[in-house]
Design a binder for this molecule. Structure first.
Ligand SMILES: NS(=O)(=O)c1cc(-c2ccccc2)cc(-c2ccccc2)c1
Ligand SMILES: [Zn+2]
Length: 263
């Protein structure tokens, strides 16, 4: 697959050359602005199943050159959507050590320090992720906005291992933990809109759920995320730091953002 980056000659302005959907409609992320919001009383609280993983389970924590990701077992799923959406992986987008603004979605132009995405696919209709990834009802991603503040013990369960995956394509096994603890307390308050993958190939296949309430990690935790990783391989002579891995805001066009809460 063609290389892509967040800046330079393979930066996002060049993505459409190799990935045409990136220049298409229904792109993500967007600025979740008050004018776009419409309360929808039919939006039920998000219900997740089997997110509380036993420490006896092993998860793969990896550096894919664009983000740090954790592979998730297929028993984890969202049960409150019209179809069952089975978990595949979670990953992060962040800024840089001196620029703690790296979330992809913004809320009334406020950009957060980072953002977590928990990626699920429609396992009612598609046998696996690859078959689902380019279908309009293929994916459901839970977005969690992250601010620098209180220390977050749940994030520590994987952040303490990032020095083992400093370089592209490095992976380590970590013990299972309660993935639900990475989400905000309230799963009943969220923004909902139709969008896309925020990385190439940018398929417009994502039912986005961005929770209203952010979570916090400490400054030290943020710095380990923003300074520990490289997008280059271990043997590369010139290491390329991995940060600022967030896509610029896309046009909402005539899209409405549904909200599950009133005030
Ligand atoms: N940001 S995202 O949520 O739209 C997203 C989803 C998926 C994704 C993952 C599995 C199945 C299908 C889609 C992969 C990425 C990704 C991030 C960094 C590097 C490469 C890919 C990003
Ligand atoms: Zn993402």
């Amino acid at each position: 697959a063609a290389k892509w980056t967040y800046s330079g000659p393979e930066g996002e302005h060049h993505w459409p050359k190799h990935y045409p959907y990136c220049g298409g409609a229904f792109q993500s992320p967007i600025d979740i602005r008050s004018e776009l919001l419409r309360f929808d009383p039919t939006l039920r609280p998000i219900e997740v199943q089997n997110y509380n993983l036993s420490p006896n389970e092993q998860l793969t924590l990896g550096n894919n050159g664009h983000s740090v990701q954790i592979s998730l077992p297929s028993k984890m799923h969202i049960s409150s959507l019209p179809h069952r959406y089975t978990a595949a992986q979670l990953h992060f987008h962040w800024g840089s050590s001196n620029q703690p603004t790296g979330s992809e979605h913004t809320v009334n132009s406020k950009q957060y320090a980072a953002e977590m995405h928990v990626v699920h696919y429609n396992s009612d209709k598609y046998p696996n992720m690859s078959m689902a990834v380019d279908k309009s009802d293929g994916l459901a991603v839970l977005g969690v906005l992250i601010e620098v503040g209180e220390f977050n013990p749940a994030f520590e369960q994987f952040l303490r291992f990032v020095n083992g995956i400093k370089y592209r394509d490095q992976r380590v096994q970590i013990s299972g933990f309660n993935i639900r603890a990475l989400l905000p307390a309230r799963l009943d308050e969220y923004y909902r809109y139709d969008g896309s993958l925020t990385t190439p190939p940018c398929y417009p296949s994502v039912l986005w759920t961005v929770f209203r309430n952010h979570v916090t990690i400490s400054r030290k935790q943020f710095l380990s995320l923003a300074t520990a990783l490289y997008s280059s391989h271990a043997q590369d002579s010139s290491p390329v730091p991995l940060n600022g891995n967030y896509r610029k805001l896309q046009l909402a066009d005539s899209r409405v953002v549904l909200v599950s809460f009133k005030e």
